[in-house]
Design a protein. Structure first.
Length: 181
């Protein structure tokens, strides 16, 4: 069973590349992106709308528009039983069976790793914002997390990345509250 701290330790294995430039008056744009999140895909239903191409296209567009040129690349809330369940799914058949009674959910054998990377990357982005290493930022993560809550993955989401990062900010970074503006 995972605890919040042990999950963070696992997340800490994520590559994190942070580039500083002390003479900059304004913090750089920060973003989260890791190609391991592209492995989260539905191998048994090609009609699913939430797919790796969505994230890859966002990343490509940010590059094309020059937003990532000088960016800083920044490479919990859920019970351990959920984490263990997701980690145990090793075949497409197991993933499909697990999702059968869930609302708009699909998984692949790589989904648990992609979800850990997404949550860890979101935490790292929040840390960079709080520490002033970046100003504006964008989390290009998948699977998305906004529909997941507690012990229930749903709506394409496994872990609620925003809730995890907010809880981390309050508990570990000692913020009084987290706001959406």
């Amino acid at each position: 069973m995972f605890t919040f701290v042990s999950l963070l330790r696992r997340i800490s294995l994520i590559r994190v590349a942070i580039k500083y430039e002390s003479r900059m008056a304004t913090p750089r744009f920060g973003y989260v992106y890791d190609e391991r999140m592209l492995k989260h895909k539905c191998n048994y239903d090609s009609t699913m709308a939430e797919r790796p191409e969505r994230m890859a296209l966002i990343h490509e567009r940010l590059q094309k528009d020059g937003l990532l040129k000088d960016a800083v690349k920044l490479t919990m809330v859920h019970p351990g039983v959920l984490i263990n369940e997701l980690e145990s799914l090793k075949t497409d058949e197991q993933c499909e069976e697990y999702c059968r009674d869930k609302e708009i959910l699909w998984l692949s054998p790589d989904s648990a790793e992609a979800a850990r990377v997404a949550a860890g990357g979101t935490i790292e982005l929040v840390k960079a914002n709080v520490e002033g290493r970046v100003g504006n930022s964008f989390a290009i993560v998948r699977p998305p997390g906004h529909h997941a809550f507690g012990k229930t993955p749903q709506g394409y989401c496994l872990y609620n990345n925003v809730a995890i990062a907010a809880k981390y900010a309050v508990n570990k970074l000692k913020l009084q509250k987290v706001s959406n503006h």
